[in-house]
Design a protein around this ligand. Sequence first.
Ligand code: NDP
Length: 329
Amino acid sequence: MSTFKALMVTKDEAGAQHVGWTELTDSDLMDGDVTVRITHSTINYKDGLVLSAKSGVPRKFPMVAGIDFAGVVEQSTHTGFIAGDSVLLNGFGLSETHFGGYAEKARVKGDWLIKLPKGIDAHHAMAIGTAGYTAMLSVLALERHGLKPSDGPALVTGAAGGVGSVAIALLAKLGWNVIASTGRSSEADYLKSLGASEIMDRKELSEPGRPLGKERWAAGVDSVGSHTLANAISMTKAHGAIAACGLAQGMDLPSNVAPFILRGVSLLGIDSVMCPMALRLEAWKRLAIDLDMKKLDSMTRSIKFADVIDEAATILKGGIRGRVVVNIS
Ligand code: NDP
């Protein structure tokens, strides 16, 4: 029986987690109606948490890590897919309750899969990954709120990270004046090349601020949380909105009601993991139209599968710029 490589998180009797390489066979895979030969995955912040072997993300053990994958269908009993289809999967419990993308094969529910949109190959699908698809969900939420570039600038926090880099490229292409908040002033040229028109030192947002600040932006994509999100909200123009999708600074939200009741500001929650399929399909369709693939290439580098543990440690330190594709096979 042929085996394939996988990166697994296990838990010992004392409750400690361990990350290690293993060989699996098809019979080790979890239940599902589609088997996929994985060609590419990626590294998101959440993957960093899982591979730190300290997070509460995996809820079943042993668990194959990796919240995203792209590849080719090998076998399917699902009516929507046949062998040879090129597909991608984001979230839906991968690396939490279902074996994920850091393996050469996966068996999943066909209802979780998306066929690669026209113009997006497996490499680009993982260059986008959950981070980029979350950036798109955030932009869609701001648009649904009725916001448009003529309302004022858009703030992007965690700008040089994965969500932030894609959000800047998308918002700039859609005509927004983008203010990029970053702790890495050395990345100013990079952020401008993606379309940012102003660079802000993240220290301006990361400390406790005033209940209501000067109105500076109409919209925002925040992947940082904590004081940064509180300040982003307090400096939002009347009837603007912030899409909150991350917690790189912290999970807390030390805010107050003043921006909501005195300025009608809205806080829009973004969840990529269990996002309904119709919205996923809309996000991927829009990514194919509104994300400049040259900009995506400029923010992306590729690594070997064997290097994924080292890179995952780097992302937790805020040390990865843009996006990383993992070449699985
Ligand atoms: P990255 O590490 O690529 O980006 C995070 C960025 O946040 C960093 O690059 C850095 O940007 C900034 N940052 C890091 N630490 C701090 C800090 N202590 N204070 C302020 N800023 C900080 O991660 P991703 O882009 O993959 O994910 C970003 C966040 O979004 C994560 O919290 C992740 O869990 C969340 N997320 C949520 C999803 C959802 O479904 N809601 C889906 C995807 C991601 P810079 O150097 O420019 O300051």
